[in-house]
Design a protein around this ligand. Structure first.
Ligand code: CA
Length: 141
């Protein structure tokens, strides 16, 4: 577990650092593509969101959502990602949708910094954003 403080600016600068964001998303995509066929299937994407815990938790607070509802949610997420409706999500689709999601989180945070307790896993994009910002600050000093 780690404690991070982030606000919308932290998150936005993470996304606007094109190279870093691309690298992070590429790494994520590769690790999610469990059968290595270059695209994410419905179940691979669902696993991704389960591991990110974007839906089940709100800033570290667990909420219980019924399975049936979750399945509906994950289905609608998949449709969103699969913009050309090919039945799978490729890297481009994944990246552009992740960008939208992360920016939406940034908008939600606005200028108010929040302190979060996060699971200490590499999978958390918000933690990555905070780490990146912290490493930049360290370089400045
Ligand atoms: Ca796959």
């Amino acid at each position: 577990m780690g404690v991070v403080t982030i606000d919308g600016t932290t998150v936005r600068s993470f996304v606007s650092d094109e190279e870093q964001f691309k690298k992070t998303i590429n790494e994520r995509f590769t690790s999610l593509d469990l059968n290595n066929d270059g695209v994410l299937s419905r179940s691979e994407l669902r696993k991704a969101f389960e591991s990110m815990r974007l839906l089940e938790s709100h800033f570290g607070v667990d909420v219980v959502t019924p399975q049936e509802e979750l399945t509906k949610l994950y289905d609608s997420i998949f449709e969103k990602f699969d913009t050309d409706q090919s039945g799978s999500v490729d890297l481009e689709e994944f990246r552009s949708e992740m960008k939208k999601i992360v920016l939406a989180i940034a908008d939600g945070l606005g200028e108010c910094p929040i302190t979060m307790v996060l699971d200490d896993d590499e999978g958390n994009l918000l933690k990555k954003a905070a780490d990146l910002e912290a490493s930049k600050l360290e370089k400045k000093v």
